[in-house]
Write a protein that binds this ligand. Structure first.
Ligand code: AMP
Length: 374
């Protein structure tokens, strides 16, 4: 069934975080209403949406009522039970579909899927018992519910491996070979029901305490590496038969080889720069794709540096950020700045073509704020 939602239609968004908030704002700009489903009262997304259902993700009665009230369902949060999405999909179109969520929720399914379609990943082994851990060093990860560095441990010795195996849950785990990467990049691609795709330029991501700190757009890499990254992301979106948005995180090795680390079928933190540097942001692409609208090209009018503001210390800088010309602030409306919690971000734009290589990036980071911000 083809879907082309008219203005006034309602997009159901499962998840109430900042990704839902920015998707709901994009939906409003296209004339849609959004209805948020979240267990959290007063969530970042419900603050900017007309309607919210506050209920647990497992509450089938509430999910059924939610489905009846919306025209299409999408999600901004991956750790929801796929069975809940199955229920919604039996009642209304759900984009991306539950099968895509299942693959992205489970590192073993995800890596098998990627390898099966010819995509290289770090070498990996499924770990059922501690005795399966044979190659060290490596990174031991939970297969489910891991994010921002949670649910994983670097293991160098058999003793470390044993301790990490006992500490990490739920089992099974996955052991990945340690990739000696030059940089980490990501590509966000949108695909609609007609199979049309729009992919944003690959960007470089730098992390602090396992949480994304800075994204630089475009990634300062040779054009052939950027083109290959884009090709891989599109190939994955097509192979998944995606309707919606997909972020693909990759390692760039020192020889320029690309290894896919993770995929996320939703807007992604490394795509926030598109709000300010592109005519149509990742959030607009997300809403367009799930609503059956045409996708404009994912062009970039500016280079950009995006900086995350995480936890109470970063938020002490908020007044200084507001007072600094050229910094574009985005606050998520969360009442409490807990440690490790993503609270806001800002973007700084640069003329297109002015962020080439390390020199440009160092200059950009200095310009993006004061030394504290960079
Ligand atoms: P993940 O939760 O898989 O996104 O991993 C979080 C971060 O840990 C990545 O962004 C990398 O910086 C690092 N990391 C994850 N897997 C590997 C690996 N196999 N080799 C080296 N670094 C890794």
């Amino acid at each position: 069934m083809t879907l082309l939602l008219p203005p006034g239609a309602t997009i159901g968004i499962v998840g109430g975080g900042q990704l839902g908030r920015m998707s709901a704002i994009a939906a409003a700009r296209l004339g849609f209403c959004s209805h948020i489903f979240t267990p959290e009262a007063g969530s970042p997304a419900s603050q900017v949406s007309g309607t919210t259902t506050v209920a647990e993700y497992t509450d089938h009665d509430a999910l059924t009522r939610f489905a009846a009230a919306v025209d299409v369902v999408t999600f901004e949060f991956e750790n929801l039970p796929a069975a809940s999405l199955d229920l919604l999909a039996s009642l209304k179109p759900v984009h991306p579909g539950p099968e895509i969520l299942r693959i992205s929720q489970d590192r073993l399914l995800e890596k098998s899927f990627l390898n099966d379609i010819g995509i290289a990943t770090a070498p990996w082994t499924a770990i059922q018992t501690a005795a399966d851990i044979s190659t060290l060093p490596g990174i031991l990860k939970t297969t489910r519910l891991g994010y921002d560095g949670k649910g994983q441990a670097l293991v160098r010795t058999p003793a470390e491996a044993q301790a990490a195996f006992e500490a990490l849950n739920p089992k099974p785990l996955v052991l990945e070979g340690l990739v000696d990467f030059h940089s980490e990049i990501s590509v966000v691609v949108a695909r609609n029901q007609s199979g049309a795709m729009a992919s944003f330029d690959p960007v470089e991501n730098r992390h602090k305490n396992h949480i994304l700190d800075i994204t630089m757009a475009p990634a300062p890499l040779p054009l052939d590496v950027l083109a290959e990254a884009t090709r891989l992301a599109r190939h994955i979106a097509e192979s998944l038969n995606l309707i919606g948005l997909l972020a693909v995180e990759m390692f760039v090795t020192s020889t320029g080889t690309l290894l896919v680390n993770e995929i996320a079928p939703r807007p992604h933190n490394s795509g926030h720069w598109t709000l300010d540097a592109c005519p149509a942001s990742q959030f607009e692409m997300h809403i367009r794709a799930v609503a059956g609208l045409p996708l404009p090209p994912a062009t970039r009018h500016s280079d950009a540096v995006m900086k995350n503001l995480v936890g109470p210390r970063d938020m002490e800088l908020w007044p200084a950020i507001l007072a600094t010309p050229g910094l574009i602030p985005h606050h998520y409306g969360k009442a409490e700045a807990r440690e490790g919690r993503k609270m806001a971000h800002f973007t700084r734009l640069f003329p297109r073509g002015s962020l080439p290589g390390e020199f440009g990036i160092a200059a950009a980071l200095r310009l993006a704020g004061n030394a504290d911000l960079a």
